[in-house]
Design a protein around this ligand. Structure first.
Ligand code: C2E
Ligand code: MG
Ligand code: MG
Length: 673
């Protein structure tokens, strides 16, 4: 067993035994010490058994002989037994005297043979080492296993020169722990230079034998090649903490590093760091058009660009899909984090070449700085994510720093989510109906169902506030189904043919259960399907055109009609929309309100195009007589707005249909015109 190279076993000042004369040769390993070693006990055993057997034989013989002598002399039974006992003692003692005189056989030959035998039979390479003399023995397997055998007379040197420099420190500490008595057992895994200049991972194990003073007089143990096992373990560990596609740290490793950064910042308040959350804008679209395999190639290219933008101590991780995070540590100030975000944006600028095509990517960045009493890694990551979502809503390619207002908003959002969930459970939501009228006759032709929520303490909540929230957390699917069922049940009570418009949010529209749910509600209520009209936004339809086309087709097959809501505010072009079987265009109220001050240009265009494509047009947000008049003249089919009525409960909605308050004057005007 080698000792650390700077230690000389002969030097008593270093606290290790100096070489004794008797320890100089390997054949004298077992020179008697006052204590009996377990080895010694074991090698003596056959001898002792043999001796005991001889003593037993001699004693029995002695007893018989004494008995015979007693009998010949005519002694009594007791006296004869006594003479027998004397004979037994006399003859029984003979072998002991003989052994004393001749001396015990030398144990060395047995031990060497035994060691060689063990060495042959063992899978591991065996060794023994006397730290006092620095003499060692190595079993014969060494040559075959490692291509070298440490020199018995200089094991320290021949081992230490082969030890990997990075492993030497730990190894020396372990040796020291055993020699100093801190530990009885030695175990260390390190790299050893073996044949062809290659390092192998070996596990060295040993037990120490000490003299009564506690000095180690021998270490004996084994060396096993564990390279394959080590690599397999390393691979497993790597796999558990890295993303298999990009080889970047994964979420688990990233969170662990952030946690360490938090702990460090708590110990040392001058230590600052930042977590940067990055999200590719519209990567899903790129991925869809490229296919997933090519999309993966793009992500690999991207990860290399990201790595090129950071310092060696920073961490770039891939959490999922196109979500990447960075831990920037240490940092002086937040400007440095913003500079990194700028560098990353810049690095994305050159197009990515994948599958023979070029793609330009932009990303949104959210930054959370250390120092806001973060305790868990999840908290700071969540804040960076919130800032990133803000950045995303600012538009493509922007960066936002998490601030306390966002924090308050976040708390508010969390609170609202809880309240909304409760409202849904306790049936505090209800549906109201806003009439849609014929632009010429002003007769109510149908309604738009709009969800309403009155909180017991906060009062009426705006759908424009809580619907997007429900969209984000998924509650919209439940809310949407409630509105659909409620409004269809209301529709089922009418005797005339009025229609019912129901809004579908993007998430509802994408939901796999939508078509099934609609079919179920139609069957349950028995309404005429074509009276039910779903309002979709342009963005919903355009997001994944193929999927949208399928869902729209399936809905149409059920017999329901489809409208595009808030038309003109999204990105669609009428030409693209024309590919979908849409029945109605609802002109956004902003355009209708704009008609007051500007010419009706855009509204006229929408109405004309809608008509040319066979679509009905409905103007939303009609508030004034002037607007109504212009829209009627432009040929708009239907009108909806506060001029007629706000959304009202079902009972009032019914009254409005049979006796509309606006009806009398308007109809008179119309008939006069
Ligand atoms: P939307 O679908 O465009 O609904 C029309 C909105 O315009 C309603 O707002 C309505 O009250 C309002 N409005 C109607 N006439 C006028 C007018 O003359 N002037 C003005 N200024 N506004 C008018 P509301 O009820 O606040 O709903 C806002 C949005 O929330 C809706 O816009 C819709 O996108 C969403 N929403 C409402 N109910 C539901 C629902 O049940 N499901 C889904 N998915 N979304 C809903
Ligand atoms: Mg609507
Ligand atoms: Mg609308």
């Amino acid at each position: 067993m080698p000792t650390p190279p700077n230690r000389t076993p002969e030097d008593p000042a270093q606290g290790h035994p100096s070489v004794s004369a008797e320890a100089l040769s390997i054949s004298r390993f077992d020179t008697p010490t006052t204590a009996r070693s377990p080895d010694r006990e074991r090698t003596d055993l056959p001898r002792r058994l043999a001796l005991t057997a001889v003593i037993a034989l001699c004693s029995t013989g002695g007893f018989a002989l004494g008995g015979m002598v007693g009998g010949a002399l005519g002694l009594g039974t007791l006296a004869t037994s006594f003479v027998g006992l004397l004979g037994a003692l006399g003859l029984g003692a003979l072998p002991l005297v003989a052994v004393r005189l001749v001396g015990s056989p030398a144990p060395q030959t047995d031990e060497v043979a035994l060691r060689e035998l063990l060495g042959e039979g063992s899978e591991a390479c065996l060794w023994t080492w006397d730290p006092r003399s620095d003499e060692a023995w190595f079993s014969s397997r060494w040559g075959a296993a490692f291509g070298f055998t440490p020199e018995a007379s200089s094991p320290v040197h021949s081992w230490s020169v082969r030890l990997h420099p990075a492993d030497r420190g730990g190894f020396e500490e372990e040796v020291e722990r055993v020699l100093s008595g801190e530990s009885e057992h030695f175990e260390h895994v390190h790299r050893l230079l073996v044949r062809q200049d290659r390092h192998r991972w070996v596990r060295v194990r040993a037990a120490a034998y000490r003299d009564p003073e506690g000095q180690v007089t021998r270490l004996a143990g084994s060396v096993l090649d564990v390279t394959e096992r080590h690599h397999a373990e390393a691979k497993l560990t790597h796999g558990a903490f890295h993303d298999p596609l990009t080889e970047l740290p994964n979420r688990a490793l990233f969170l662990d590093r952030v946690l360490h950064a938090i702990a460090r910042a708590r110990r040392d308040t001058s230590h600052r760091f930042a977590v940067l959350h990055m999200d590719l804008d519209r990567f899903a679209m790129v991925n869809d058009s490229l296919g997933h395999r090519q999309g993966d190639q793009l992500l690999i290219q991207l990860s290399r660009r990201l790595l090129a933008c950071v310092r060696p101590g920073d961490t770039v991780a891939r959490l999922a899909g196109d979500e990447f995070t960075l831990l920037l540590e240490p940092l002086e100030n937040r400007e440095q984090a913003e500079e990194v975000a700028d560098r990353l944006s810049e690095a994305l600028r050159p197009p990515f070449e994948v599958g023979g095509r070029s793609f330009v990517l932009t990303a949104s960045f959210g930054i959370a700085m250390s120092g806001s009493n973060y305790v868990s890694a999840g908290e700071i990551l969540r804040d960076a994510d919130t800032a990133k979502n803000e950045a995303k809503s600012d538009g493509t390619g922007s960066t936002r720093l998490f601030d306390s207002q966002m924090h308050r908003d976040l708390l508010e959002t969390v609170e609202m989510e809880g309240m909304l969930r409760e409202a849904l459970e306790q049936k505090h939501l209800r549906v109201e109906y806003q009439p849609i009228v014929d632009a010429r006759t002003l007769v109510v032709t149908g309604y738009e169902a709009l969800v309403r929520w009155t909180h017991p303490l906060r009062g009426g909540m705006q759908p424009s506030y809580f619907v997007p929230l429900a969209e984000k957390n998924g509650l919209i699917e439940e809310i949407g189904l409630y509105v659909l069922r409620e409004s269809c049940e209301f529709l089922a009570t009418w005797s005339d043919r009025r229609s019912m418009n129901v809004n579908l949010s993007p998430r509802q529209f994408k939901s796999e259960s939508l078509v099934r749910d609609v079919a179920q509600v139609l069957a349950d209520t028995g309404i005429e399907p074509e009276l039910l009209r779903f309002e979709l936004t342009e963005t919903s339809v355009m997001d994944d055109e193929e999927r949208s086309a399928r869902i729209i087709r399936e809905l149409r097959e059920l017999g329901v009609r489809l409208c595009i809501d808030d038309f003109g505010t999204g990105y669609s072009s009428l030409l693209t929309l024309h590919r979908f079987p849409i029945d109605v265009l609802k002109i956004d109220k902003e355009f209708v309100h704009g008609m007051d001050t500007e010419s009706p240009g855009i509204v006229r265009t929408i109405i004309d195009l809608g008509r040319s494509m066979g679509m009905q047009t409905v103007a939303e947000g009609v508030e004034t007589e002037e607007q109504r008049e212009i829209l009627r003249e432009l040929g708009c089919d239907r009108l909806q707005g506060f001029l007629f009525s706000r959304a009202v409960p079902s009972a009032i909605a019914d009254d409005l249909a049979s006796n509309p308050s606006w009806d009398v004057r308007a109809l008179r005007d119309l008939s006069a015109g």
